[in-house]
Design a binder for this molecule. Structure first.
Ligand SMILES: Nc1ncnc2c1ncn2[C@@H]1O[C@H](COP(=O)(O)OP(=O)(O)OP(=O)(O)O)[C@@H](O)[C@H]1O
Ligand SMILES: [Mg+2]
Length: 263
């Protein structure tokens, strides 16, 4: 790794259901498969990343809530997954109260940043799976992260959502985290037989500000991707040959070239 310390990426989009969790889970898996120690922090009270990795509600003892609101140490809340080199900080029921609890807490925007100090001793990459909002959990992620990874579904109003997200990223950069930059925008759940999907892709790629951020790899809509979480596995483990898996594997390669340069 050229830099010391982990590379922390916030996987963010305030729109629900655009494949934030799917992207975080599969990218972390692919990174681990290349020998990079990866950690996924499930910041979403829904706990989809935790469930999708086989850590259901009954198995979540300590997690992101304890890390941010009870002073727990990272080493005490991270659990292994079925994938070697890939650890998880689960979500938990208590996360449903976290937005409100953080609102009344001291240093409410920097809790996660503090908690992840020293993560570089154990991890090469940390992915922060955000809830579908721009509330304090997401602000904590943007403050702790070096880079923002934006999954974007190719649908109506996709660009409007990006403009709103950019305002939040700009505000966090100005007030809390001057080094924050974009990793990129990943087009997800694309259906190139659908004219709208094709048009939105062209609009985003042609956009003066966002176009250069868009990864070449596009994730297609693929039913195997939606089946995988109920088996407690990332799709690239559940069915590596599926079109969605192959796309996520290509994406991980492109992601690494952008993060680490040609290797
Ligand atoms: N490429 C794909 N093809 C088909 N289904 C997909 C694909 N990517 C994600 N899905 C499915 O779409 C749903 C939403 O995906 P996911 O949970 O990753 O989105 P999210 O942005 O994390 O949602 P939320 O905002 O609720 O956290 C899930 O059921 C997931 O399995
Ligand atoms: Mg999610």
């Amino acid at each position: 790794m050229p830099d010391s310390g982990p590379r922390i990426h916030a996987v963010v989009n305030q729109k629900g259901g655009v494949a934030k969790t799917t992207t975080a889970v599969n990218l972390a898996t692919a990174l681990a498969a290349t020998g990079r120690r990866s950690l996924l922090v499930d910041l979403d009270p829904q706990g989809n990343a935790s469930t999708g990795l086989g850590v259901g509600p009954g198995l979540r003892r300590l997690g992101a809530w304890d890390l941010m609101l009870a002073g727990a140490r990272l080493a005490d809340v991270a659990v292994g997954t079925a994938i070697a080199g890939f650890d998880l900080v689960p979500s938990s029921e208590r996360m449903f109260g976290a937005e409100l609890e953080l609102a009344g807490a001291a240093s409410r925007e920097t809790r996660l940043q503090e908690a992840l100090r020293g993560a570089g001793r154990r991890y090469d990459y940390v992915l922060l799976d955000c809830p579908p909002s721009l509330g304090l959990l997401t602000v904590n992620a943007l403050t702790a992260a070096g880079r923002v990874l934006v999954p974007l579904q190719t649908e109506f109003l996709a660009l409007e959502g990006l403009v709103l997200l950019k305002q939040t990223v700009d505000a966090v950069r100005a007030a809390l985290n001057p080094g924050l930059s974009y990793a990129g925008i990943l087009l997800t759940m694309s259906d190139r037989r659908n004219r709208l999907s094709v048009e939105v892709e062209a609009d985003v790629r042609g956009h003066p500000q966002f176009g250069r951020l868009v990864y070449d790899t596009v994730i297609p809509r693929n039913v195997r991707v939606s089946e995988a979480p109920s088996h407690g596995k990332p799709v690239i483990v559940y069915d590596m040959r599926a079109s969605g898996s192959q796309a996520y594997i290509r994406f991980a390669g492109e992601f690494l070239r952008r993060e680490e340069g040609a290797a």
